[in-house]
Design a binder for this molecule. Sequence first.
Ligand SMILES: [Zn+2]
Length: 386
Amino acid sequence: MDFRELDSAIDAIEVFVRDFEPGLLDARGAVRAVERFAKVTHLGQAGTALAVQQVDRTHAYRESGARCAADWLARKTGVASASAFRAMETADALSELPATNAAFRAGKLSEAQAHEIAGAARKDPTAEAELVAVAARGTTMKGLKDRCRQVRASAEVDDAAWAQRLRDNRSLRTWVDPDTAPCGMWRTTPDKGAEINAALDAETDLLFRAARAAGGREAREAYAADALHALITRGPRKATGATLVMDAGVADAGFASRGQRCEIPGIGPIPVTIAKQMLATAKIRELPADPALLPDYATDRRYYPPWMLAWLDQHYPVCGVEGCDADFHLEIDHVVPKSEGGLTAIPNLWLICWYHHRLKTNEDWLVTGTTHNWDLVPPNGGPDPP
Ligand SMILES: [Zn+2]
């Protein structure tokens, strides 16, 4: 094997980066530079993942006193050992996953994306090509993880075993970091997690709004930490509960077939075994997915009946703008603005995040697409493609 071509490519990149003056780039040039460097990063990660397998097979890592190849990789590349273990797992999975392997080798996937896809595609190899396409389309990491969770869920053959696994693996750990900040991490069953999230969200909202009203400008996460403390020391100020979305027939069948929903909004698909246990306490939404089956309701006022809010929440778990995965403080937007005669009616409404709502309202961004397949685009079609 000859490294000469690779070495001269690396030399060229080295010279380029050494003399790189980003201040001389215009906006489009800066975007292009980031895209190219991302590709270099991806290719480097792919090459590393492939090569380290051979380091493992030949036991070359032993020479430096490392315990295993992942340990060696962590030292060699300066990453945390958890990342090195993940890279080893990805590398192991690649030989069985041709589409992921090809896209990874072509610099189209990051190691994190390849790892996420490999985990889901091992459970359901028929979903592999679609997941690679989802990632290559530039979907956010969160969007890809959501899709991978759906794939894994519909590939679960034993619903009760999945529920039991979730229960067996619950844990909560606390520790103190080097700055003397107490930290924690938990892992729990989806029903309990949904209740925790609902209580935490409600308390965070109260604190966030009060702080904003008083001129506070800290991040939502900071108020969430205060909310956790308030909930534990004082208890909830507001009754909350988990919301379950389950299609008709799923509970009786005992499993959700592909395309059927048994999920908790904000968490994802869950075992039907757990959903059945939740039926006694959770709020169950069974609104039709098809907006044509909803009550006919239109007004020029700004009144939203509860079923309308519930339908919008269910239909837009995240911001409706393609590629945006903001999932809190979503705002109702009239596609045709009220000032231009747009009505408060399901066909004219969608949920978008605060940021995208401002772009539409104040910066003249335009809604395109068809009803409930809308997207938001810059005025005049935006910058020319590179
Ligand atoms: Zn958004």
